[in-house]
Write a protein that binds this ligand. Structure first.
Ligand SMILES: *Cc1c(COP(=O)(O)O)cnc(C)c1O
Length: 392
């Protein structure tokens, strides 16, 4: 049997090698602390599960759903955009349900990307932007996100020839893996850049609600005129502990939403209607419930940040996301340091280079295990003499 050559250009999952090492240790009965897994550890809230129970008992939800999502879902998503960001979107033409953002990200490429086109992707960044570019036979252009620029891309560094051949530009703030956030001023620059070069600006807002203290993450659609050139991806996965349910929505530019819809109508048959009804309950989650969950993540973040500081790191607690992004000590690559933590301390972290070349020199800690585990991880590092030594 002949497998398409495009499949040889991507790997199954970027963390496979270190993952198999971890599995071996677990099989040997070792007490591995997994700080790599980037998904919420809590169950979906009871009010969402209850809405699902009601919906699934109604046989009218058992049919093929409309591919764009049921009206109630699109309207509820549009109302949420209004409540949350003061952004008006038309539920009929500017909102489409997704089977999670990962699905919609790839299907958007089918609508917009041809061989030879460029796609501008954040480096480090969510791996799907890169793999979908490769699968479409297009070229990706990594925009390095550097600590000294607050992990924002410098648009002036993008060569004009690349910008002219680019069809999509991806950003994701609050940012996985660095935890960085972006301002409306930056989004305004992006919208101008997109208009200048006719590049669809795609904002992956997967962590819009995973924010701490008084920080509220803005929508790119708050920029006046953004709908001319931008779309935003929202997902219930992280916000409402719904990773397994596979539901989200994409909103913004009509032509882009319509084109994504055209692809999806030919490829999938929409989100199970009962899940859409459950997600409607998710959008209505009381603010206090969300805040309670955020205080749990924030406490874990503080344990890690204070712990690493006591070992010589100089770090600020993240304003958002489920991650702490930290530099590796002098003399190690990301891969070597992750291997050291696994071998010496049985701590599993993500080496920064798996998110792109510019992630080299960093590692990512996920705030998705109880704080006692975080404390234990810090203690193991201390016992094993793992400290931060600065590059001189
Ligand atoms: C988790 C994550 C996603 C995936 O979201 P789903 O809706 O579960 O597919 C997309 N983008 C980023 C940056 C993520 O971290």
């Amino acid at each position: 049997m002949k497998i398409a050559s495009r499949l040889n250009k991507i790997s199954t999952y970027l963390l496979t090698e270190i993952n198999s090492k971890k599995q071996k240790l677990i099989d040997e009965g070792k007490d591995v602390i997994d700080l790599c897994f980037g998904a919420p550890d809590y169950a979906t809230s009871a009010h969402i599960v209850a809405a699902m129970h009601r919906a699934i008992d109604d046989p009218s939800t058992h049919k093929y759903p409309p591919y764009r999502g049921i009206k109630e879902y699109r309207k509820s998503a549009a109302d949420w955009m209004k409540r949350r960001f003061e952004v008006e979107v038309d539920p009929d033409t500017e909102v489409i349900a997704s089977i999670g953002s990962k699905e919609a990200i790839h299907n958007l490429y089918l609508a917009f990307v041809e061989p030879g086109d460029y796609v501008l992707i954040p480096d480090p960044g969510y791996p799907a932007y890169r793999t979908s570019t490769i699968l479409l036979g297009a070229e990706y252009y990594p925009m390095p996100l550097l600590a000294e620029n607050g992990f924002l891309p410098n648009l002036l560094d993008i060569p004009t020839e690349v910008a002219q051949k680019a069809t999509l530009l991806w950003v994701n703030y609050p940012h996985n893996p660095t935890g960085a956030v972006a301002s409306l001023e930056f989004f305004t620059e992006l919208v101008e850049f997109g208009k200048k070069y006719e590049i669809l600006i795609c904002h992956d807002h997967a962590y819009s609600e995973i924010t701490y203290d008084s920080y509220a993450s803005p929508s790119i659609l708050q920029v006046p005129g953004a709908k001319d050139i931008a779309i935003e991806f929202h997902s219930c996965s992280k916000s409402y502990n719904m990773t397994g349910w596979r539901v989200g929505f994409v909103t913004g530019n009509k032509t882009a939403i319509g084109s994504l819809g055209k692809v999806k109508s030919n490829i999938d048959s929409g989100v199970f209607e009962a899940i859409q009804r459950a997600a409607v309950a998710g959008f209505a989650t009381p603010k206090a419930d969300l805040q309670q969950l955020m205080s749990v993540y924030q406490e874990r973040g503080n344990v890690i940040v204070n712990g690493l500081r006591s070992l010589g790191w100089s770090l600020k607690p993240p304003k958002a996301t489920l991650y702490v992004w930290a530099p590796v000590p002098l003399g190690y690559t990301s891969t070597e340091f992750a291997a050291l933590l696994l071998d010496k301390c049985m701590i599993f972290v993500a080496p920064g280079n798996v998110y792109g070349e510019a992630g080299e020199g960093f590692f990512r800690i996920a705030l998705t295990v109880p704080k006692e585990q975080m404390q234990k991880a810090i203690e193991r590092m201390e016992v094993n003499g793992i400290y931060y030594k600065k590059k001189s």
